[in-house]
Design a protein around this ligand. Sequence first.
Ligand SMILES: Cc1cc2nc3c(=O)[nH]c(=O)nc-3n(C[C@H](O)[C@H](O)[C@H](O)COP(=O)(O)O)c2cc1C
Length: 328
Amino acid sequence: MQNLETKFFGLNLKNPIIAGSSGLTNSIKDIKELEKAGASAVVLKSIFEEEIHHETEKNLNNMVVNGFVYPETMNFLEYDDMSDPVGDYLQFIRDLKKEVSIPIIASINCVTSQSWTYFAKYIQDAGADALELNIFSLPSDSNRSSQEIEDLYFDVITEVKKQITIPLNIKISYFSANLRGLIEKLSKTGIAGITMFNRFYSPDIDIEKMEITSSNVLSNRDEITIPLRWIGIMHNRVDCDLAASTGIHDAEGVIKQILAGANAVQLASTLYKNGSQQITKILSDLKAWMTEHDYKSIDSFKGNLSQAKQVNPAAYERVQFMKYFREY
Ligand SMILES: Cc1cc2nc3c(=O)[nH]c(=O)nc-3n(C[C@H](O)[C@H](O)[C@H](O)COP(=O)(O)O)c2cc1C
């Protein structure tokens, strides 16, 4: 019997397959199906910082007296009475907790550390087992220095950690001039985990209609190499757990990420393409592979091919195709 248990951001998970944040983690019905199929945890569809701001402003407008509002007033905001979407998000967490037994990871998309971070506490109070912050602002503003852009991560973590005691996970992008340095520093802030990486909505161009369109919403399995490189480089060099996201579509992808050093993986596109039963198939294929290779537990092969443990650490650093240019 293999033991598929793994630890991810302080939570003991029955296996490494987490249903990542997407439109499939937005309803109790879908999440129950994901749980039934074997998901060990679920990251809820994100609520956006803008949505929280909007609700806060609405409430403050009602409460401001002579143009002044005491900071303590924030504590008296009655979130239960909030209308869609903020109140709904909290109610969703409360309702979901009654319906499923796997850990529920709430999620917030944010681009600043201002005015919204108090909301993390309400998410905790609603019963979320952990919180994932999807932090990203496209580095397209030349007036902002690289340092300012990176400071955002640390400012958000500092503010949110003041609010909650449940594990905090940060979902990051791979846009950074010094990604290894950034990940190392982030891992020392007291966060419990890092999800690598978010995959963004990206523009495309329709050359007939001459308009900007959206590119593939769903990933393909070739994209797995992006998180694979960085999980492989960062394993054993961080003070928190790592989850891989992007391009993981089957058991082979899951095994690769664990061999590189991931504690867990987050799936989205493959669940859209193949339904929640894909999780059942992945778990069964994962067990078969472990039997074939005589691994009794996830920990027994986790990180075995990471850069730190590999005989050929340069393999993760190689970026030019020198040899292949000659061969092709
Ligand atoms: C339709 C859709 C909606 C998504 N919504 C969110 C979201 O609200 N918050 C978030 O952090 N990630 C969101 N994601 C990103 C996924 O969680 C995941 O990181 C990304 O799709 C890469 O994983 P994949 O290759 O398994 O799809 C979404 C992805 C899709 C396809």
